[in-house]
Design a binder for this molecule. Structure first.
Ligand SMILES: Cc1ncc(COP(=O)(O)O)c(C=O)c1O
Length: 426
């Protein structure tokens, strides 16, 4: 491939990806789209710049204008997340976790966390950030019914293991967990408490989910591009007034795990926080009510939706079961749905043990559908498309073209200071 062909290949694949999402029903729970103003902010000159350090204390000249942005952003994050300390430099949720783990632990320490099989993130695992920090991981006993740590057994485990850090938060997350109770036990043994709010950060800030910083978490990390609808990036937050902790957290991001911290994305985060202050509460509320409406509509169509007795969810996610444990039915369902124009991911459910090939379920998210203006009526339409794809097994091409027609009515980003096209004009 010569250089021109290489560039063409990238441009064509990128445009094709845009068309694919424009014409389909995107339901990956960790995804979202950019508002026009955030997209504009991340395209500026800042893309090529460096600003190592904190506002007013830089290693390079030329940072005064960026200092203005970062200072506004820190104050905005303190308001949006209701906390005394905010670092807005981290370039992703994973990097936020790496930084927080660096600040809160030293190699060889023991930490407790949710296992990946129970919905914990890979960065909480020895294969990810926890392993990079050389930590000894002990996972919580899990109540599969309630999808939360078994409080009595987990409390006992924390008292026995005496960890330096108790980490909470999940990638598969339907309901709040008994955080305050477990945080009290952690503090009793002298452990710090960290909550990874990557997925639910927008719901927390919007007042629609449990608020970890009010329920015992010393530090909360998160992504800036999931239910919090900004550009790719992360946050590290704390309500502690412990200046040493705050300093450790800042130092853990720079110079700990970032040098350049993608200044254009910091600018985008600051714009996204302004939009969140204007529209975030309503957005968070609508995400959760859509997820519940979707759970109910899928159940009415005949799908096995997890946690029906608890109204399906209290978050942006719902889980559906498509076969027995380790049957791989989730993988097959996800592929068939994509053939029909619905983008989801296979997911392990309670009972599944084979991580990659065996998941029996799907995880479905409503952040993007909500962002483009879909409501309860459209969740019923979406459930009907699921039924046509998976239950009646209609010809995928027919379903796909009906979905493209349906989706053509939902092409505008809402909950933004300036509404605009949700997908690139191609
Ligand atoms: C709980 C949790 N933490 C961290 C991450 C990583 O976030 P990022 O993709 O921003 O690195 C994820 C990703 O989905 C997640 O689910």
């Amino acid at each position: 491939m010569n250089p021109t062909q290489q560039v063409d290949a990238v441009m064509q694949a990128s445009a094709a990806s845009g068309r694919h999402y424009r014409d389909s029903i995107p339901m990956i729970a960790s995804e979202n789209i950019l508002s026009p103003l955030v997209a504009e902010a991340i395209q500026g000159d800042l893309h090529g710049r460096y600003a190592e350090g904190l506002p007013g204390k830089r290693y390079y000249q030329g940072c005064d204008d960026f200092d203005t942005i970062e200072n506004i952003g820190i104050e905005s994050a303190q308001r949006v997340f209701n906390c005394r300390f905010a670092n807005i430099q981290s370039i992703s949720g994973t990097v936020s976790n790496m930084g927080a783990l660096k600040a809160l632990t030293k190699p060889g320490d023991t930490i407790t966390a949710v296992s990946t099989a129970d919905g914990g993130h890979i960065s909480h695992h020895p294969m990810g950030a926890v392993g990079m920090r050389g930590l000894n991981l002990v996972t919580y006993p899990w109540d599969e019914e309630r999808m939360e740590p078994d409080v009595d057994a987990a409390s006992k485990l924390i008292r026995t293991e005496q960890p330096e850090l108790c980490l909470f938060g999940q990638s598969v997350i339907l309901f709040p967990i008994p955080l305050q109770e477990l945080a009290d036990v952690a503090h009793e043994v002298g452990a710090r408490v960290m909550y990874d709010g990557a997925h639910v950060l927008g719901l927390i800030a919007g007042g629609e989910f449990q608020d970890p910083l009010r329920e015992g978490a010393d530090v909360m990390t998160g992504s800036s591009h999931k239910t919090f609808p900004g550009p790719q990036g992360g946050f590290v937050l704390s309500d502690s007034d412990d200046e040493l902790l705050q300093k450790k957290l800042n130092n853990a991001i720079f110079p700990g795990v970032c040098s350049s911290y993608h200044l254009h994305h910091v600018a985008g985060k600051v714009v996204a926080m302004a939009e969140f202050e204007a529209h975030g509460k309503q957005y968070a509320k609508d995400i959760v009510s859509n997820a519940r409406a979707l759970g109910s509509a899928l159940s009415s169509e005949g799908f096995d939706v997890i946690a029906e007795e608890r109204n399906f969810t209290a978050s942006h996610q719902i889980l559906t079961r498509h076969g027995g444990p380790d049957s791989g039915a989730g993988k097959r369902a996800a592929q068939r749905l994509e053939d029909c124009g619905i983008i989801t991911n296979m997911n392990m459910l309670p009972g599944d043990t084979k991580a990659m090939s065996g998941p029996s379920g799907l995880r479905l998210g409503t952040p993007e559908l909500t962002r483009i203006g879909m409501g309860a009526d459209e969740m019923q339409d979406v459930a009907k498309f699921f039924a046509r794809s998976l239950l009646s097994e209609e010809n995928p091409e027919t379903v796909k073209s009906d979905i493209a027609r349906f989706k053509s009515e939902f092409q505008t980003v809402k909950y933004a200071i300036q509404e605009g096209p949700a997908y690139p004009e191609i």
